[in-house]
Design a binder for this molecule. Structure first.
Ligand code: HAM
Length: 414
């Protein structure tokens, strides 16, 4: 037997309805806030991700599905969507018509991580990106929209955490003061963080290892070291969230695993998924578009992990049961059932029957399995009288009706 590749999952009927629901709610909410869909390819030039996500990030160093194609080109199966959306934004000069673009996307992403619950090698994101707006109004709007999305799904988890990572003005000074602070505690750091100490010391702040936690316990905080513009931007964002009554917590240790972030960063976190606590995450990337040789425009966005949202919806049932199950006894009854089914389907009534002509008992078992709203039994008696018993499975009542499309439609659809 050939099995699937580790970390790459099938999404089977029963589960897929939940995914369709998540996607439908995302489309509805994001379009309400003025976003349009963009469909980006799965394969990009490897250079795009090295330049945007950053050469010294876990994603680029260890996790990318990169290969040389038959034409000798270095390509990568996208590990995230922001870089591709910005590449498309620049390549198609979307900014020429309006620098403010609001785009959303959904689809598979690929990272060679160690698979566990909530973490896979092919996973799915739904993401949004806004370009061309510096104002904190858009930071707050994006966060309100995310909270709106989770509330429309009926979820009370996850909760919102925010931080600011500063900008090219204030971050270098903070980075070097953090490095100075860590230099006295270097021996406590884990092997990964000893390496990151030079290249990306902020990552030490969110390392889970005990030594790194101890080393950073009284580390200087990034939000206490923002320049005045970043500080004003962050307070304005917070005030707008308060105006909107959107609950949030500040997490000054939140450091995102991608290098393009500036200023506001955020995560929607849950305690229900073990180590994979971030259900959605994002932030500002005010330098990324220019770094990719586009115009000097700011950007902000997020992506949510569909698998993680689906895990939070675990108990809910999204499969739609059929409106009607017809049990037919004998060849003539089966023909009649087929004729009724065909006509009712054309009126958008969903109908199931047993295709194999089994016993009444077995057909009723099948109807139970479908959890059909109504059941109709057709045997020789019903065929000769032209009438049959339509059973309302929820109410447990039965009504005699004509075996006609019109009568059945009337009873089922009202
Ligand atoms: P990210 O934090 O790398 O950000 O991923 C966003 C979300 O994708 C995570 O919070 C998580 O829910 C989900 N996710 C990430 N990796 C996996 C995995 N291996 N298995 C399952 N789910 C996963 C980004 O990708 C940025 N592009 C977000 C962004 C958009 N920032 C600005 N715009």
């Amino acid at each position: 037997m050939i099995t699937g590749v580790k970390g790459f999952n099938d999404i089977l009927p029963g589960e897929v309805e939940k995914w369709q629901h998540i996607e439908a709610v995302a489309r509805k909410v994001f379009e309400l806030y003025g976003f349009s869909e963009i469909r980006i390819p799965i394969l990009e030039k490897t250079e795009l991700f090295c330049r945007s996500i950053g050469d010294v990030t876990d994603i680029v160093e260890k996790e990318m599905y990169s290969f040389v194609d038959k034409g000798g080109n270095a390509v990568t199966m996208r590990p995230e969507g922001t870089a591709s959306v910005m590449r498309a934004f620049i390549e198609h000069k979307i900014y020429a018509a309006d620098p403010v673009a609001k785009l959303y996307y959904m689809g598979p992403m690929f990272r060679y991580e160690r698979p566990q619950k909530g973490r896979y090698r092919q996973f799915h994101q739904i993401g949004c990106e806004v370009t061309g707006v510096n104002s904190p109004l858009v930071d707050a709007q994006i966060l309100n929209m995310l909270v709106h999305f989770f509330s429309d799904l009926g979820l009370t988890e996850p909760r919102l955490e925010i931080n600011s990572l500063g900008c090219t003005e204030c971050r270098p000074a903070y980075r070097s003061s953090l490095r100075d602070f860590l230099s006295e505690r270097f021996d406590l750091l884990c092997e990964d963080c000893k390496r990151r100490y030079e290249s990306n010391p902020l990552r030490v702040l969110d390392c889970k290892s005990a030594g790194c936690k101890e080393a950073t316990a009284s580390a200087p905080s990034v939000i206490d070291n923002l320049c005045s513009e970043c500080d004003a931007h962050f307070s304005a964002t917070r005030q707008l969230l308060e105006t909107a009554e959107t609950p949030y917590q500040i997490n000054p240790r939140m450091v995102r695993g991608l290098d393009y972030y500036t200023r506001t960063t955020f995560e929607l976190v849950t305690g229900l998924l073990g180590a994979q606590s971030a259900v959605a995450a994002g932030g500002r990337y005010d330098g990324l578009i220019a770094d990719l040789e586009g115009p000097r425009l700011p950007g902000i966005g997020f992506a949510l992990g569909v698998e993680r949202v689906a895990l939070l919806l675990a108990e809910k049932e999204f499969r739609k049961p059929p409106d009607l199950f017809i049990a037919a006894l004998g060849d003539r009854a089966q023909k009649k059932a087929f004729q009724l089914m065909t006509a009712l389907l054309r009126f958008n009534v969903s109908v199931e029957l047993d295709y194999e002509g089994k016993s009444l008992k077995s057909q009723m078992r099948r109807s139970d399995k479908f959890d059909a709203r109504y059941t109709l039994i057709i045997g020789e008696d019903e065929l000769s009288s032209g009438k049959g018993g339509l059973k309302d499975m929820r109410a447990g009542t039965q009504e005699i009706i004509d075996l006609s499309t019109g009568d059945i439609l009337h009873k089922i659809k009202g």
